[in-house]
Design a binder for this molecule. Structure first.
Ligand SMILES: Nc1ncnc2c1ncn2[C@@H]1O[C@H](COP(=O)(O)OP(=O)(O)OP(=O)(O)O)[C@@H](O)[C@H]1O
Length: 586
């Protein structure tokens, strides 16, 4: 019924889970182990001590110490069992937070490529979803089963003195539970991977309703109810999986419970009618059986949970190892990048072809471009021409299928401002210093200088808390206009010490006058550092030292602004409806 690999994964996942439990919560794990072992030994002790103390002795003949021992041995099982339950819960909660922190760290460590890979994201989501019921329970379940096994062995040896058949029947009565719950485990393993992608989608849809910014947009669009409907449909699918598992759980609990009852009935009948043990010993034996049932009451479900969780825990351990190694691989791949052959070139790509997946058409064809030290290089082209993709390939966010990337810049020497900046609702200071948390936190003076550069200093000064002003109305903070958010993000990029700033349409929401100031400022940033930018505005391109024009992923034209403007080519056509000299007119 159980394959070897299934049992192997149960054993090794239990081993790792107990090791994790000892690592994350040593005293509680040790206390639980001790309490479980005492609980496991109590039923057998009851049979032995009760039989020994009562057999053939009138009740008035016992010393106070013997009575006390009787009380502890017979009455102790209840408080001990309650203590074990409390320790179990405590351990599970401690592990729940330990794994939650670990999964948060996993989310934080994902590379942009891993974030785009739905298989990896689904695996991390499955790990996240498995924390409360699988990862944090595995150690408790394993200890529970070890305890139940010890109870069964000890009880068997103490009952076997009176009646071997009864002892065997009581021990075997544990098996139907285990068999039933292993079926539940199989069902959970079958449905668990299926639910991860659906549950991630449900969570995404629900989050859009929960977060103030997207929720407001949905209300304005009259789309909130539609989102609620989609979220409920996805949750409904996940609920369906759970209901199937619960039905199997109910049926197996009922059937296995009934079979166990028959076996216990057989054991008692044998004790009473077959072996004809004295009444006092019979009472001890019955007490032992009842206590054993209490001590092993959750062994069946613990076994089911352990078996169901085993592959999930193993997948989590694999994910942990995989992400650790890909981190190193990415770093190694970056370090292996060859430097461009000419010393004044910071970054270069040669004959690059890129498609988003094996089946898709190429988005970049035979692309060659270079970014020279201290220069502003612009990428232009119609929507969908491949500009953002080219930037992602150049900066290592996407791996090209063919071609070469050359770079002489480390991870912290390139600062990227993406096309769609996220409006993180932090304080102004937190927003600006976000990338520098692990390197060098900029001083207030540097923050104000960066805000000056993007012409936002006076606006921030006017806010009641200045740099510590909270952004986002849902936190009783202030909101910014679209252009102001963009300028704040640009200030954040400028704060870096990077030798290359990569700016994907950094001023698309900025008004013409501010845009002009920003481009003059960017020009002033060079020659200390280079800028690679995407722009759709013709007149801003006069600030660029070199322009590449992409058409359907192919380099159609390249040269200086003057050259391209004077040539009768794609560049002129693309920008003919725009004003070339807006700056001069002002
Ligand atoms: N993750 C993706 N998977 C599949 N195709 C994609 C993906 N991202 C972009 N594309 C496609 O690749 C092509 C180039 O997109 P890209 O974003 O690079 O264009 P762009 O030149 O930056 O456009 P825009 O000016 O609109 O920002 C487009 O046809 C787009 O649909």
């Amino acid at each position: 019924m159980l394959s070897r690999s299934f049992i192997w994964s149960a054993l090794s996942s239990s081993w790792y889970a107990i090791k994790d439990a000892l690592k994350f919560s040593f005293p509680v794990t040790i206390a639980l182990c001790v309490a479980r072992l005492v609980e496991a030994a109590l039923p057998a002790l009851q049979v032995f001590i009760v039989g020994y103390l009562i057999a053939g002795r009138p009740s008035g003949n016992m010393s106070i110490w013997e009575v006390l021992l009787l009380v502890v041995v017979t009455g102790g099982i209840m408080p001990l069992s309650a203590m074990v339950d409390a320790l179990n819960l405590r351990l599970q909660f401690m592990l729940r937070y330990a794994y939650t922190y670990e999964v948060i760290d996993i989310y934080a460590s994902l590379t942009p490529a891993q974030r785009r890979d739905s298989v990896t994201i689904d695996e991390v989501q499955a790990a996240h979803d498995s924390i409360p019921f699988n990862l944090s329970w595995q150690a408790s379940s394993a200890l529970n089963i070890i305890g139940a096994f010890t109870t069964a062995v000890l009880l068997f040896s103490s009952l076997a003195n009176f009646d071997l058949l009864a002892a065997s029947l009581v021990t075997v009565s544990l098996l139907p539970q285990l068999f039933g719950y292993s079926l539940v485990a199989k069902a959970e393993n079958f449905y668990w991977p299926k639910q991860a992608a659906t549950s991630r989608r449900a969570e995404y849809l629900e989050n859009q309703l929960r977060y103030a910014r997207s929720g407001t947009e949905l209300s304005v669009l009259n789309g909130a109810e539609q989102f609620a409907h989609w979220a409920k449909v996805k949750h409904g699918i996940v609920r369906g999986y759970w209901m199937k598992i619960m039905s199997i759980r109910f049926t197996s609990a009922f059937v296995s419970g009934f079979i166990a009852l028959l076996l216990i009935a057989g054991a008692l009948s044998s004790l009473i009618w077959r072996s004809q043990v004295p009444t006092s010993l019979l009472a001890a034996a019955i007490l032992g059986v009842v206590s054993a049932m209490l001590a092993t009451k959750s062994a069946g479900s613990a076994y089911g949970e352990l078996m169901a969780s085993a592959p999930i825990v193993m997948r989590y351990l694999k994910l942990r190892a995989k992400l650790d190694s890909t981190d190193n691989e990415d770093e190694a791949a970056r370090l292996q990048l060859l430097a461009p052959r000419t010393s004044n070139i910071l970054m270069e790509c040669e004959d690059v072809d890129f498609a988003y997946s094996q089946t898709d058409e190429n988005v970049l064809n035979n692309l060659c471009l270079e970014v020279e030290q201290g220069k502003i290089v612009a990428l232009v082209g119609a929507n969908g021409a491949g500009k953002s993709t080219a930037i992602k390939v150049l900066t290592g966010q996407l791996k090209p299928q063919t071609g070469q990337i050359y770079s002489r810049l480390g991870k912290h020497e390139v600062a990227i401002m993406p096309q769609d900046i996220e409006k993180f609702e932090l304080t102004v200071r937190e927003f600006l210093t976000l990338p520098y948390y692990t390197t060098r936190v900029p001083s207030d003076q540097e923050l104000w200088q960066a805000l000056e550069k993007v012409d936002l200093a006076s606006h921030v000064k006017a806010l009641s808390d200045g740099l510590d002003a909270q952004l986002g109305e849902q936190w009783d903070g202030t909101d910014l206009s679209g252009g102001q958010w963009q300028r704040l993000a640009l200030a954040r990029t400028l704060l870096s010490d990077a030798k290359l700033l990569v700016l994907d349409e950094p001023t698309s929401s900025v008004d013409a006058e501010s845009e002009s100031k920003l481009f003059k400022m960017l020009k002033a940033e060079t020659p200390e550092r280079a800028v690679l930018l995407v722009s759709h505005r013709a007149w801003t391109l006069q600030y660029a030292d070199h322009i590449y024009l992409l058409e359907n992923g192919t380099l159609a034209q390249s040269g200086t602004f003057k050259d391209l403007k004077n040539q009768d080519g794609r560049f002129r056509k693309l920008f003919e409806s725009q004003d070339w000299n807006q700056d001069e007119r002002r």
